[in-house]
Design a protein around this ligand. Sequence first.
Ligand code: SAM
Length: 169
Amino acid sequence: MHAQVLDWIGRRAELVPPGAAVLEIGSLDINGSVRPLFAHAGRYHGVDLVAGPGVDEVADAADWVPPRRYGAVLCAEVLEHAPRWADVVATMWSACEPGGWVLVTCATDPRPPHSAVDGQEVRAGEHYANVAADDLLSVVRRLGAERWEVEVAAGRGDLYLAAQRPTAS
Ligand SMILES: C[S@@+](CC[C@H](N)C(=O)[O-])C[C@H]1O[C@@H](n2cnc3c(N)ncnc32)[C@H](O)[C@@H]1O
């Protein structure tokens, strides 16, 4: 992940109260992890399709059924690699406690295609598609978000979303 992603998530980590449980989707530590930003969390659980550093559970988040709810649920630089990204977001929403935060960073246009493996050329058979801000927002609105913040860094093709799950949900 690049420095701006770490910085954006680092600032949102302050929304998460000490002791809250945190879930990260796509948590494999390839070249840096956001996990240390949540040192104040009570429990941190990382889920990824691939086993390795930073991964507590191997699962496809599009189908995974969360065993509990979390005060914050995040994914960094994952959705552009997930053919069923809207289902991944739905899983994240269902895993989030009322009043908790869903935090997403992903690639949007004009970010060039890149592999989930190493950020280089997309491998044969590997999915890649940038995510449009309007599409991401319409998914979280359909899931019930009433309060959100969307940011696009158009030059880099970065898309950032913080959405709070309503307290009465
Ligand atoms: C580009 S890497 C990003 C890893 C890390 N979050 C970072 O920012 O460095 C994308 C990760 O998302 C994982 N991923 C993609 N689709 C997924 C899915 N449906 N469920 C769980 N993990 C997924 C990939 O296996 C990969 O480890």
